[in-house]
Design a protein around this ligand. Structure first.
Ligand code: GLA
Length: 526
C-alpha cells in the first residue's frame, strides 16, 4: 500500500513536471511554428452577384516571412512577399517587369492582401479592380487544384478573311474604366439612353460594351450563363438595338477572365454561337488566364485569337473582334490575320496624366500599322472620370483621334459635365479619328517638352497638333511651311479645333501659347 502510494505521488509529480515542460516549450515558441502556412491556399471571395472570385496562392513560411507565388496571370505565377505577425497576415504580389515590345508598358501595381489567420483559414481583404474591395476566406488546397488546366491544341495558323466591319475606328462606350465589377443590366440600359439623349450617337458613338464581370458558370451542356447582375442578355441586346445602338461583350481565351469570371477556354465555338443568338455585335477578348497555360509567343497568341476569330465568323452574325493581350508579340503585325479588327497595344490605361501621356505618345512608333478595319487600340478613354484636368483630357482626345484609335468612352454618360461633353463630343476632332483615309500620324518635331504631330487628311488638309508635355505653359511659334512646303507664301486657312475658330498666321508662322499638358490642335488648308 505504502509502496503503491509513493509510486502514485512520484508519477503525479512527474506528470506535473511534464505539463510544466510542455507549457514552457509552448510559451517559448513563436505564435506559429515555422512552416505553418506553407502549402497551397484557395481564396474564395463572393463577388455579390452569385459568383466567387477564386485565387490560388502557394505560400512558404519562414519565421514571420512569407514568400511564394500568386498563381494568377503570369505563366509561372507572380512572386509574392509577405509576413505573418501573430495572427496578422500580409501578402503582396511583386509585379513582373514591363515586357519587351509593349509600347506604353505594362506596369502592374502590386496586389495587396491583408487579413488574419484563424481556425486554419486566412481571411483576406484586397483592394482590386479600380478601388473595389473583396474579402474572403482562404483554405488549404492541393497542388493539383491550384494549377491551371493543361493546354488544349491550337489551330494550324491561317489568314482569317477580313470581316468587313469598322472601316473607321469603332466608337462607343465601355463599362470597365468607371464601373469595373459593379456594372449591371440597369446601368447598361441607362448608358444606352444617355448615349442617345446626349447626342453622342449622332457623332458616331454606337457601341455599348459590357466589359468583364457579366459571366457566371456554365450549364450542364456547357452553355455560358450570366450572373445576377445580367438577368437576360438577349433582352438587354434587344433594348440597346431598339435605341439604334449596338451591344458588345467580353470574354477570355483562358478558363478565367482577368476578374476571375468564366472564360471561353474549350468553349470558343459554343460561346460565339451564344453571343450571336443574343445579338451581340462586338467581342473584347482578353488574354488573362490563358497566360498561365500558353507561354507568350506570336504563334500561341495567334492560335488563341484565331480560334475565336474563326468561331465568330462561323456564326454569320457580324461581330467586331477586339483583341486584348496588352501588345505582347506585336499584334499590330498579325492581329488582322486572326480576324481581328483592333488590338490593344499596351497594358491598362489609368485615369492619370502619367499613364495617358506614356501610352499615347508611345503609339507613334507603331502608328503606320493602323489601317481601315484594323486598328491599334491604346485602350479606352478616361475623359470625364475626374483624374485629369480639361487640358489633359483635350490632349487625350486629340492624341487618340490623331492616332485613329477606337474612341470608346469610359465615363458615366448619365451625368457628364458640359466640359466633358465638349471634349468627347467635339465633332471637328472626331472627324480626324474617323477620316476614311486613315493616314498615320507622324512626329514632325520634338523640342524639349513640345511635340508637334502632323497628319494628312483625305481632303488634303493637314492636322497639326502642338502638344506640351511639360509642367509650364509655353509660347510656341511654328513655321507651317516647314510642315508642308506647298504652304510656302500661301494665304492659309487655319482652324483651331478646340477654340472652334479660325486663327491667323503671320506669313507662314503661327504663334500661340500651349498650356501645361495641353494641346493646340489645328486643321490647315491652302
Ligand atoms: C484587363 C483588361 C482591361 C479590363 C480588365 C477586366 O485588365 O486589360 O481593359 O478588360 O481586364 O478584368
Amino acid at each position: 500500500m505504502q509502496v503503491s502510494n509513493t509510486c502514485k505521488m512520484v508519477s503525479k509529480r512527474f506528470t506535473l513536471l511534464r505539463l510544466n515542460a510542455i507549457a514552457l516549450i509552448a510559451f517559448s515558441l513563436p505564435a506559429f511554428a515555422q512552416g505553418d502556412l506553407t502549402g497551397y491556399w484557395n481564396l474564395r471571395a463572393p463577388n455579390g452577384d452569385g459568383t466567387y472570385r477564386e485565387i490560388f496562392f502557394q505560400l512558404e513560411q519562414h519565421g514571420e516571412t512569407l514568400t511564394g507565388k500568386w498563381l494568377g496571370r503570369a505563366p509561372d505565377g507572380i512572386p509574392i512577399e509577405g509576413s505573418i505577425k501573430g495572427t496578422t497576415v500580409h501578402i503582396a504580389t511583386v509585379p513582373p517587369p514591363v515586357p519587351a515590345g509593349s509600347p506604353g508598358g505594362f506596369a502592374r501595381r502590386p496586389v495587396v492582401y491583408d487579413g488574419t489567420f484563424h481556425d486554419g483559414k486566412i481571411t483576406l481583404t484586397s483592394i482590386g479592380f479600380r478601388g473595389q474591395a473583396m474579402t474572403g476566406d482562404a483554405e488549404r488546397t492541393t497542388h493539383e487544384a491550384a494549377m491551371p488546366p493543361a493546354p488544349l491544341p491550337l489551330p494550324h495558323l491561317i489568314d482569317v478573311p477580313d470581316n468587313g466591319l469598322v472601316r473607321t475606328p469603332p466608337m462607343g462606350w465601355n463599362s470597365w474604366n468607371k464601373f469595373a465589377g459593379k456594372i449591371t443590366d440597369k446601368d447598361v440600359r441607362e448608358m444606352a439612353d444617355a448615349m442617345v439623349s446626349s447626342g453622342m450617337n449622332k457623332l458616331g458613338y454606337i457601341y455599348i460594351n459590357i466589359d468583364d464581370t457579366w459571366e457566371a458558370g456554365r450549364d450542364k451542356d456547357g452553355n455560358i450563363l450570366t450572373n445576377t447582375k445580367f438577368p437576360d442578355m438577349k433582352a438587354l441586346a434587344d433594348y440597346v438595338h431598339s435605341k439604334g445602338l449596338k451591344l458588345g461583350i467580353y470574354s477570355s481565351p483562358g478558363p478565367k477572365t482577368c476578374a476571375g469570371y468564366t472564360g471561353s477556354f474549350g468553349h470558343e465555338a459554343q460561346d460565339a454561337k451564344t453571343y450571336a443568338a443574343w445579338g451581340i455585335d462586338y467581342l473584347k477578348y482578353d488574354l488573362c488566364s490563358a497566360r498561365n497555360i500558353y507561354p507568350s509567343s506570336e504563334q500561341n497568341h495567334r492560335g488563341l485569337y484565331q480560334k475565336m476569330g474563326v468561331a465568330l465568323q462561323s456564326t454569320k452574325h457580324p461581330i467586331v473582334f477586339s483583341l486584348c493581350q496588352y501588345g505582347e508579340n506585336a499584334p499590330w503585325k498579325w492581329g488582322a490575320k486572326t480576324g481581328g479588327n483592333l488590338w490593344r497595344t499596351t497594358g491598362d490605361i489609368r485615369d492619370t496624366w502619367e499613364s495617358m501621356d506614356r501610352i499615347g505618345f508611345s503609339q507613334l512608333a507603331i502608328a503606320s500599322y493602323t489601317r481601315s478595319g484594323h486598328w491599334n487600340d491604346p485602350d479606352m478613354l478616361e475623359i470625364g472620370n475626374g483624374g485629369m484636368n480639361a487640358d489633359e483630357y483635350r490632349t487625350h482626345m486629340s492624341l487618340w483621334s490623331m492616332l485613329s484609335a477606337p474612341l470608346i468612352a469610359g465615363n458615366d454618360l448619365r451625368n457628364m459635365s458640359d466640359e466633358t461633353k465638349s471634349i468627347l463630343m467635339n465633332a471637328e476632332v472626331i472627324a480626324i479619328d474617323q477620316d476614311s483615309a486613315a493616314l498615320p500620324t507622324e512626329e514632325f518635331s520634338k523640342d524639349g517638352n513640345i511635340e508637334v504631330l502632323t497628319r494628312k487628311m483625305g481632303d488634303g488638309s493637314i492636322i497639326v497638333g502642338i502638344f506640351n508635355r511639360g509642367e509650364q505653359a509655353v509660347p510656341e511659334t511654328i513655321n507651317l511651311a516647314s510642315i508642308d512646303p506647298s504652304f510656302t507664301g500661301k494665304k492659309l486657312h487655319i482652324h483651331d479645333l478646340w477654340k472652334h475658330e479660325d486663327v491667323s498666321a503671320t506669313g507662314n508662322h503661327f504663334a500661340s501659347s500651349v498650356p501645361r499638358h495641353g494641346v493646340v490642335l489645328l486643321r490647315v488648308r491652302r
